[in-house]
Design a binder for this molecule. Structure first.
Ligand SMILES: Nc1ncnc2c1ncn2[C@@H]1O[C@H](COP(=O)(O)OP(=O)(O)O)[C@@H](O)[C@H]1O
Ligand SMILES: [Mg+2]
Length: 274
């Protein structure tokens, strides 16, 4: 896998500065082939659905695997993300990119799993790419009886659609079928109250929303005012300067958590003692 690089905006300097200044007690911060042919399942609320590590690896989701050399990069990303979120009291992150196929879902899933390994955090990965949902396929999860589709249709409760998967503090809210009128849905009061409930019901939870690209659709612009911050994924060499500038313009006043440069083609360090 090509490497990722995280360019969190002056995070370290800001961390040092705000540690010095902060008052004590500051706010802590298309289901694809993978599932084809499988039957809908209905886990009980405390059941943890198993994840298939070989499947995850094919989708470059490596943060579950202690021995994978790329896992360390996601743990580093997690540490920087959690640090900046804690400093600002943020708990919801939108993951987006200037253009398609940048690795948003791969980064969002790895980041969520890495956060879930943190002893005092729960991570919830939400598939908000309503036109092209693919978190379920990436995680290799079969169709569930209850998903975000049913919650948005008003036929199921939000709490029944949240799945526990893989490891104890990792959760996901899947979208199984694309949703017509995605931008209008994401701009709706219903989605505002879902986001508020995901954020506020569990103070130790970090909620990661996997979104479509900024430049392609207005879905992202509809969600941005409802989330705390944005993680931008840029695939090396894949986005034109115009696309990147356009994205920056669309992101407007959103809190930019940082930028992940994905698909950087240099090698992992050899002989790296640590
Ligand atoms: N660092 C990487 N190196 C090589 N391939 C990658 C990398 N990151 C993502 N990919 C591949 O690029 C494709 C798009 O990734 P995905 O996460 O689905 O992007 P997006 O959600 O932005 O559309 C997938 O086939 C994925 O496996
Ligand atoms: Mg995606």
């Amino acid at each position: 896998m090509e490497r990722i690089k995280f360019a969190i905006d002056r995070a370290r300097q800001q961390a040092a500065a705000s540690a010095a200044n902060a008052p004590s007690g500051a706010a802590p911060a298309s289901l694809a082939s993978a599932a084809a042919g499988r039957h809908e399942s209905t886990p009980t609320s405390d059941e943890i659905l198993p994840l298939d590590r070989a499947h995850l690896e094919r989708y470059r989701i490596v943060a579950l695997d202690q021995d994978n050399p790329y896992r360390r990069e996601f743990d580093l990303l997690r540490t920087q993300v959690l640090q900046k979120m804690q400093e600002n009291g943020w708990r919801t992150i939108a993951v987006t990119s200037p253009s398609v196929q940048s690795g948003k879902t791969m980064i969002a899933a790895n980041l969520a799993l890495s956060i879930a390994h943190h002893p005092s955090r729960t991570a919830l990965l939400v598939d908000f790419d309503l036109r092209r949902p693919c978190v379920a396929a990436s995680l290799g999860l079969p169709p569930q009886r209850v998903s975000l589709n049913e919650v948005l249709a008003g036929t199921a409760r939000l709490s029944d659609a949240i799945l526990r998967v893989g490891i104890p503090r990792f959760q996901t809210l899947l979208t199984h079928r694309k949703i017509a009128g995605a931008a209008e849905m994401l701009a709706s009061d219903k989605v505002s109250s879902i986001i508020a409930s995901l954020r506020d019901d569990h103070p130790d939870r970090i909620v990661i929303f996997d979104l479509p690209p900024v430049a392609a659709v207005d879905d992202v612009i509809a969600v941005l005012p409802k989330v705390d911050c944005v993680l931008l994924v840029v695939a090396s060499g894949a986005s034109s300067r115009r696309e990147i500038e356009e994205s920056q313009r669309h992101l407007g006043r959103a809190n930019i958590l940082g930028t992940v440069i994905n698909k950087v083609s240099d090698k992992l360090p050899q002989n790296d003692y640590y």
